[in-house]
Design a protein around this ligand. Structure first.
Ligand SMILES: [Zn+2]
Length: 106
């Protein structure tokens, strides 16, 4: 599953839906739901209840989660969203590489 390869602070590009083609930084990975939250992408309106310090409730906009299958890691060299392959190094560490150019993401 592609989504598993995405981590916090990765640069991703949206590949489906109304935000298609937009790029952003991953703020959060919701691994159990297979979703990611990407900076400045997929804003949704939320109603905020009035709290003690803030008497007026209101509508706030914040990023909503996207399904991980709708984003791809963005490769700076390829200038596009790419598939990722993983490679185990001699010391046992696993790194993620661009399937196109071989650039490491880690
Ligand atoms: Zn690449």
């Amino acid at each position: 599953m592609a989504g598993i390869d995405i981590r916090k602070n990765d640069l991703v590009v949206v590949t489906a839906g109304k935000e298609k083609g937009k790029k952003g930084k991953v703020l959060k990975v919701l691994r159990d739901k297979d979703r990611v939250v990407v900076e400045k992408i997929n804003f949704i309106k939320r109603h905020q209840r009035p709290t003690g310090s803030q008497k007026q409730g209101g509508i706030i906009e914040r990023e909503g989660p996207l399904h991980a299958s709708n984003v791809m890691l963005f490769c700076e060299k390829c200038r596009k969203g790419v598939r990722v392959r993983s490679q185990r190094l001699e010391d046992g560490k696993v790194v993620r590489l661009c399937a196109g150019c071989g650039e490491s993401f880690d």
